[in-house]
Write a new protein. Structure first.
Length: 244
């Protein structure tokens, strides 16, 4: 079965961020051969003076294929309790696809545009049956945790910080790569231009220091822009990827 595991507010300004914690946590989940990781996405929430956050107010969602959700909860909760930074407000959510309701998805998108409350998050958890718990501080991270599972499930929000079988996206060196090789290495589904037009697998992709696939229509998508050369493309820059 697929599980959506959301986490938020694991860090402080002196420690590694929530994305790093999500990758470490996913590695522990995958240590059991019965569990495979299908990707990790980062989701951006509203930045506002009334919302406490560490740096950019982003949460993370790990998607796992497993038959043991109880073990996954145990692995994640133990990890977060032992690795949460001082001053953090850690939240953890665990959801099955059928638990993610249209109401929760609407509310999750609201977290990107306005101030929402912990009471709303707990109420949605109660209504849907999604397991939700905060472990440190004031537990404010429950908001991003449960929102991230809905945003990831809905399929049109977030950028990948790890793909299925590839936790090392940041290790890709700058250079020019065959599109087919890049799809296989990054475990992405498709390469498209900014208008959504697919790029042929025979194309060449120029990658800089930052290449992150984004989630579009449920697919792990590498965005590119065309160069002046035929069938040569440049990976979309960070300022464009940051909009997902």
């Amino acid at each position: 079965m697929q599980l959506f595991i959301g986490i938020d507010d694991t860090d402080n300004l002196e420690t590694r961020g929530t994305g790093f914690r999500a990758r470490e946590m996913a590695g522990l989940m995958a240590a059991d051969e019965r569990t495979s990781i299908l990707g990790i996405t980062r989701h951006q929430h509203f930045v506002h003076p009334d919302i406490p956050y560490t740096s950019h107010n982003g949460s993370a969602c790990v998607v796992a294929d497993t038959n043991d959700p109880a073990r996954i909860w145990e692995v994640c909760s133990v990890y977060l309790k032992s690795h949460a930074a001082e001053g953090s407000d850690v939240g953890l959510a665990l959801a099955l696809p059928e638990q993610i309701s249209p109401e929760l998805i609407r509310w999750a998108y609201a977290t990107k545009k306005q101030v929402v409350t912990m009471e709303q998050a707990y109420s949605l958890s109660h209504d849907t049956g999604i397991r939700l718990e905060g472990f440190t501080g004031n537990r404010q991270g429950i908001i991003g945790a449960i929102a991230s599972v809905a945003l990831r499930y809905n399929g049109n929000d977030g950028r990948f910080i790890a793909t299925a079988g590839n936790f090392h996206l940041r290790d890709l060196a700058p250079g020019t790569y065959p599109a087919a090789w890049l799809l296989n290495t990054l475990k992405a589904d498709i390469i498209t231009d900014l208008s959504g037009n697919p790029v042929d697998r025979s194309g060449q992709i120029v990658a800089g220091q930052y290449l992150r696939p984004v989630l579009i229509n449920g697919k792990c998508t590498i965005l590119v822009t065309q160069t002046s050369q035929a069938n040569v493309w440049t990976a979309a820059p960070k300022d464009i990827i940051a909009g997902y």
